[in-house]
Design a protein around this ligand. Structure first.
Ligand code: ADP
Ligand code: CIR
Length: 370
């Protein structure tokens, strides 16, 4: 049974959300009926509806507003998770099943911007959860340490281009940490969405980053997900970035067992990352399209793309640099998720190069401004 204090917080949180003008998917789908059905439920880890929705209640500017404290939450609170998943992932219904993992032909992806005029850098990441461990809010300090040990030991076995070193956050000096963040290699600290979701307990214990010398292959340990596996480099050579990621994931998967769900694919803390968990992005300058940032988002969303700021989610664009990536990660293969970004960016570049810089009604972008 959910205790009285949690129920009180839930009632107060629901009232706050209902009275707000939050644009989150949480607000959109947490009807009074669903709330009343779920408010007394608990997973076997003891997680309640409050653990799932507290981030979205505290941060009314959330885009989504919900996390799964443990894998079972996706089932126990499915009346809320399912419609949010369907909305975010472009129609992945509760009766749908995520397809088996398929990285496709890794040689099919090429350079998106051979002239180097638009794309500054390219990155593809995926998330993984280690079998046998819950997500952040349910982990003990001892588990964080144990997981970090497993991750760093395992990664120390990687060879060739993937060979690198694990750098724990514990003991890392602030300048080194900030430089890694500023250079887009390391996760930021103090994310209020994660903090409110109870995902930053015992920080910095168990958190860290593995990378090769060139910082083209990186693994984050215990930030939002147990692992974030990342391939990135300057320029637009998506083919090279993709091949490196696929080689790395295939190798790491032989060494660490990961949590996978028959219907939802790979399991992650945030429902937006389920399925393939793949986010393929470019840092790109499209000044003509970006004359109106709302329009840029509209155009991007036509190609199922998501626009973020230069320092990642919930940040602003600096110097006209946008982070544009595939939005959906479920109901399609890994290959198709990356291809969606590939094709969408190719279209955006085509559009950008077709626009004149006059800002008068003679060109498409100017008419889009209205
Ligand atoms: P994710 O959910 O993929 O980890 P975030 O939005 O939290 O993404 O961003 C994490 C970091 O990765 C940020 O520093 C962001 O600027 C960086 N990043 C994302 N895409 C690119 C890219 N194409 N090139 C360089 N850095 C990138
Ligand atoms: C939010 O709701 O805005 C945060 N909890 C982050 C959600 C993940 N965002 C995304 O679009 N992938």
């Amino acid at each position: 049974m959910v205790d009285a204090a949690v129920l009180d917080k839930l009632e107060a949180g629901y009232a706050k959300l209902a009275a707000s003008d939050s644009k989150s998917l949480l607000k959109k789908y947490l009807t009074k009926e669903i709330f009343d059905n779920l408010k007394t439920k608990k997973t076997s880890f003891g997680s309640t509806l409050l653990d799932c929705i507290q981030s979205g209640i505290e941060n009314l500017d959330s885009g989504v507003g919900i996390y799964a404290p443990d894998a079972e939450s996706y089932t126990v609170f499915s009346d809320l998770f399912d419609p949010i998943i369907e909305d975010y992932h472009g129609g992945f219904k509760k009766t749908d099943k995520h397809p088996p993992k398929d990285w496709g032909d890794v040689d099919c992806m090429g350079n998106l911007d051979p002239t180097g005029k638009y794309i500054i850098s390219t990155r593809v990441r995926c998330g993984r959860s280690m079998e046998g461990y819950p997500f952040n809010p349910c982990l003990t300090e001892a588990q964080y340490k144990e997981m970090e040990e497993k991750v760093s030991t395992t990664l120390s076995g990687l060879e060739g281009e993937l060979k690198g070193k694990y750098y724990p956050l514990t003991g890392m000096d602030k300048d080194t940490q900030q430089k890694l963040i500023d250079d887009h290699f390391l996760f930021k600290e103090g994310d209020r969405f994660l903090q409110a979701a109870n995902a930053c307990r015992f920080w910095p214990t168990g958190r860290g980053i593995y990378h090769n010398d060139a910082k083209t292959f990186l693994v984050w340990c215990n930030e939002e997900d147990h692992l974030r596996i990342i391939s990135m480099q300057q320029g637009g050579d998506l083919g090279q970035v993709y091949r490196r990621l696929v080689t790395a994931v295939n190798d790491i998967e032989k060494r660490i067992p990961f949590s996978h769900h028959d219907r939802l694919g790979f399991l992650t803390f945030c429902p937006t990352n389920l399925g393939t968990t793949v986010r393929a992005s470019v840092h790109i300058k499209v000044p003509k399209l970006a004359i109106n940032s709302q329009k840029l988002e509209e155009v991007a969303s036509k190609f199922n793309l998501q626009v973020r700021g230069t320092r990642g989610e919930h940040t602003a664009a600096e110097g006209g640099v946008y982070d544009i990536s595939n939005k959906r990660r479920m109901g399609l293969t890994e290959y198709d998720a990356v291809k969606e970004m590939n094709d969408g960016i190719a279209e955006l570049i085509k559009l950008e190069s077709s626009l004149c810089a006059c800002c008068k009604s003679c060109c498409k972008v100017c008419s889009m401004k209205e």
